[in-house]
Ligand binder design. Structure first.
Ligand SMILES: [Zn+2]
Length: 89
């Protein structure tokens, strides 16, 4: 796990992915699943970011925008869907 943390620190510049605040000695970065674990159970590095405590707590299992797009891409653009979006007459 330390190796993954080191890789992520190198990739993201040693700062919180969300607020860009640099991590300090006192504050160990926490792993955050960019796509919530409830949806995609993986420890793949591209689904992991490092977040500070407050950001990780604030995000919880909220869907990032990218996931919303992935989900919507698989929704049929039928009448029901258009009505739900206010597009159908
Ligand atoms: Zn943060």
């Amino acid at each position: 796990m330390n190796r993954i943390r080191a890789n992520l620190l190198a990739r993201d510049g040693g700062a919180c992915f969300y607020c860009r605040r640099p991590f300090t000695e006192d504050e160990r970065p926490t792993f955050d699943h960019y796509i919530p674990r409830a949806i995609w159970r993986t420890w793949r590095q591209r689904n992991l970011v490092l977040a500070c405590g407050p950001c990780n707590n604030a995000k919880a299992d909220a869907l990032p925008w990218t996931v919303a797009v992935l989900v919507l891409r698989n929704v049929r653009h039928g009448v029901e869907w258009q009505r739900a979006c206010g597009l159908a007459a």
